[in-house]
Design a protein. Structure first.
Length: 319
């Protein structure tokens, strides 16, 4: 689909989503099976096959759409927060590292398979240059991009049922209290994380407090990339200072699953606890130990998480 060459467009979902989808879908069709011999594709296929339990679902076509969406999220994030670096520097993560954001772009990601001279990057960057980002990109943009690009049957095979922003807001408005630590164990594109951050600002928490009081996990690499972008956009727009985007690739229901060969999150049977190895993100950061009793009622679990956030866990709380 061809659009006139407007400039200073507002990145509203009904404007930016169809235009970006047009570019992504056209290039996905052109690229076809190109990544078949890519090491990145083979690593992604192995991982997703483990997640799905069915290697046939991990197709080159699905991979290409995920990869192009990954590129879009990273480059749009850079342009929206004002980085003017080259595409090559952005995809290497250099402007983010220079801004002390250490894990937004990860060197061992699954998706960076395209040569930098691919016409996709020039076309995408030209499109993004037409927008006046001027603030946070709306929460719905990432969810709509993903849902429009990936067929419902493919999303459901991955166990994905995404929550619309309006419903996330209703739930957050009812449940969240000032100072709460919020963990989303299946964060998808970050809809709940973003809703929580917006509510926390409304409740009077400082931007830095907000950035430190949310954390998300997801098993799907592209969902993690989109949730990171969602967090980054909003945190930057409110002036938060942070070094780690608190969204991680992990299976929160099967914590012994390795991600990209790293045991970032595992179950320690001797401690009967989930151990998060933050040293995989920041060398020397150590581990966090989270105990869980399967016989807990929901109010007991909430009490434990609140104590954990305040650093007042006692020995008896493990039982």
């Amino acid at each position: 689909m061809l659009y006139p060459k407007e400039t200073n467009l507002k990145p509203e979902p009904d404007v930016i989503v169809p235009r970006l989808l047009g570019i992504i879908k056209a290039w996905a069709q052109r690229l076809g099976n190109e990544p078949l011999n890519s090491m990145k594709f083979n690593a992604w296929k192995s991982y997703v096959s483990k997640v799905l339990g069915n290697e046939a679902e991990a197709t080159p076509e699905l991979y290409v759409r995920h990869a192009l969406l990954y590129y879009t999220s990273v480059i749009m994030s850079a342009r929206a927060i004002g980085y003017t670096d080259s595409i090559d520097r952005i995809l290497e993560g250099e402007p983010f590292f220079a801004d002390a954001i250490l894990n937004f772009v990860e060197k061992d990601n699954f998706f960076d398979f395209l040569d930098r001279d691919s016409g996709f990057f020039a076309e995408l960057d030209a499109e993004l240059s037409r927008y006046d980002f001027g603030g946070a990109v709306q929460n719905e943009v990432f969810r709509l991009l993903y849902e429009d690009l990936i067929e419902p049957s493919e999303r459901h095979d991955l166990g994905e049922f995404y929550t619309p922003a309006w419903l996330a807001k209703v739930l957050v408005d009812k449940a969240l209290q000032k100072g709460d630590l919020v963990i989303d164990p299946a964060c998808g594109s970050g809809t709940f994380i973003r809703a929580v951050m917006e509510k926390k600002l409304e409740l009077g928490e400082s931007p830095d407090e907000i950035a430190k009081s949310v954390i998300g996990f997801d098993i799907n690499p592209i969902a993690v990339a989109l949730a990171k972008a969602n967090f980054l956009f909003y945190a930057k727009s409110i002036g938060a200072k942070f070094n780690i985007v608190p969204v991680f690739l992990a299976d929160s229901l099967m914590p012994s699953l390795e991600t990209q060969g790293n045991m970032f999150l595992h179950f320690d049977y001797s401690k009967e606890a989930i151990v998060i190895n933050f040293g995989e993100i920041v060398p020397g950061a150590g581990e966090g130990v989270f105990y869980y009793n399967p016989n807990w009622q929901i109010d007991e679990l909430i009490t434990y998480i609140k104590k954990l956030a305040m650093g007042v866990i006692e020995k008896d709380d493990e039982n």
